[in-house]
Design a protein around this ligand. Structure first.
Ligand code: KIV
Ligand code: ZN
Length: 504
């Protein structure tokens, strides 16, 4: 069996895609989940891109103990220095990820540099980076559209100067599997010290081939795969971590490759990411979509009842999808609740436990049975570990008359209790306007959705929304058996995060 290094770029390539931006507390929450998932490297951001990214990389690097934390960096001394300052106190030896384009198109139009200038810049940047980092990765951006002999020169230069991982990105998702296989075979036999470094593959999904291209490169000898949870990333996204890992797992007989991934953390990771970003998972998304294990046709159902293997190649349980349902009720005590969280591999402080237990009790009072699914949403939507709650809900009332609504909202604020009333086009419009008036900021609602977590009329609703103000954006999450209350909670969560981002 060959060992494949899993390099996760959910928090960098994934997060930089529109609609996926995360607050630093959410990035940390996701990084801790990636650590549980068992990825080897977490690319947690791009230190030079913003002060927020710098601070978040620093925090993640100091908290994560079992994965290498990595920052992206352009071939610029200032970028390398910033990445070094963000990662120098990392709990585990950090990695710097340098990149520079090597395709004729990028060199001529984007870099406006000759081949020689590109080689010189690779030499000086990798050499300088190695004075600060032991572990340096070099990526030939747009590698799959680069001229092959020049690509070999660029890689030889990076290795000579001390890079220990060479990444071959299909930056624009242009390649096809046979071509990818051929490129890796060519590079592994042409690059001077190819056997002394790791070769990584990084594929984009512009024509839907990212996973197939990644697997083709692995077949041809790639020793690292760069992936994202749910396949999020620039444009059509990156190769989905869950798909590549499970393809290797299910077809071990063919790929003869293993990873350190704990597959039981695949579904929890996918759900956490979706609830953080508010980006829904398509029902037919392999492995983690709602329909991935549903058998609708009678013939299939009949087969699955007789023997699951007739139509299922993977068990949902092996991905961490818990099928059992009724778990706790209103008589369950704090002890049982804590045990249940521990069973889900969720460890919380006493303070967090008190907050979660209080919200659990509120829901259990209104709902006969509280399910595993309800509790996992309760955790992701209660935001115990997130930003300071400058504003929290004390109570609310809504009256509607012929389509127009009036909201009366009372908030707990750092200056005491404040209440106000506004009218609006509907209950939520009235509620959100009232909150804006109490806080004194015109937050703008960009996106909003409510999901019923389980079936039935007492189902719990999980609201996710996106707010903006002055160019900054944040996601808000809230949960309740009442969808209006879930939305108000989500709105307040978004407001608190935006105020934190804006430094108010
Ligand atoms: O797709 C790409 O080329 C990248 C590089 C920065 C590695 O993300
Ligand atoms: Zn990329």
């Amino acid at each position: 069996m060959k060992k494949l290094i899993i390099f996760d770029t959910t928090l960098r390539d994934g997060e930089q895609a529109p609609g996926n931006s995360m607050h630093s507390s959410e990035k940390l929450e996701m990084a801790l989940q990636l650590e549980k998932l068992g990825v080897d490297v977490i690319e947690a951001g791009f230190a030079a891109s913003s002060s927020g990214d710098f601070a978040s990389l620093k925090e993640i690097a100091e908290r994560i103990k079992n994965c290498t934390v990595c920052s992206l960096s352009r071939c610029k001394k200032e970028d390398i220095d910033l990445a070094y300052n963000a990662l120098k106190n990392a709990a585990k030896k950090p990695r710097l990820h340098l990149f520079l384009s090597t395709s004729p198109l990028h060199m001529q139009y984007k870099l406006k540099m000759s081949e020689q200038q590109v080689l010189d810049l690779i030499r000086s940047s990798v050499t300088y980076a190695r004075t600060l980092f032991e572990d340096v990765q070099f990526s030939c951006e747009d590698a799959t559209r680069s001229e092959r002999n020049f690509l070999v020169n660029a890689i030889n230069t990076a290795i000579e100067c001390g890079a220990s991982t060479i990444n071959i990105p299909d930056t624009v998702g242009y390649s096809y599997p046979e071509e990818m296989k051929d490129l890796f075979r060519f590079l592994l036999s042409s690059v001077k010290d190819a056997d002394k470094v790791n070769f990584a593959v990084h594929c984009h999904n512009d024509i839907g081939l990212a996973v197939a291209n990644t697997l083709a490169a692995i077949e041809a000898g790639a020793t690292q795969a760069e992936l994202t949870v749910n396949g999020i990333g620039e444009r059509a996204g990156n190769a989905a971590l869950e798909e590549v890992v499970m393809a290797l797992n299910v077809r071990k007989d063919f790929y003869l490759t293993e990873t350190n991934i704990n597959t039981r953390q695949i579904y929890p990771s996918s759900q956490l990411l979706s609830s953080i970003t508010g980006v829904k998972i398509h029902p037919t998304k392999p492995l983690v979509g709602k329909n991935a294990f549903l058998h609708e046709s009678g013939i299939h159902q009949h087969g699955v009842i007789a023997n699951r293997a007739t139509y299922e190649i993977i068990s949902p349980e092996s991905l961490g999808i818990i099928q059992n349902d009724i778990v706790l009720g209103k008589h369950s005590g704090k002890h049982a609740f804590k045990d249940f969280l521990e069973g889900m591999d969720v460890r919380v402080s006493n303070e967090e436990l008190n907050i979660l237990f209080a919200r659990f009790k509120e829901i259990a009072d209104k709902k006969k049975y509280v399910t595993y699914k309800d509790i996992s949403y309760l955790i992701t939507h209660t935001n115990t570990t997130q930003v300071e709650k400058k504003f929290s809900l004390l109570n609310y009332g809504i009256t509607t008359i012929c389509g127009s609504a009036m909201a009366n909202i009372t908030l707990h604020t750092k200056d005491g209790v404040k209440a106000d009333t506004c009218t609006g086009d509907g209950p939520l419009d009235a509620a959100f306007k009232t909150i804006n008036r109490i806080i004194g900021v015109e937050f703008k609602l960009e996106d909003w959705s409510v999901n019923a977590i389980t079936e039935g009329k007492d189902a719990v609703g999980a609201a996710t929304l996106r707010l903006s103000y002055n160019g900054a954006e944040a996601t808000g999450r809230g949960i309740s058996t009442d969808t209006v209350e879930a939305s108000i909670r989500a709105y307040l969560n978004g407001c608190n995060k935006l105020l934190d981002i804006l430094g108010d």
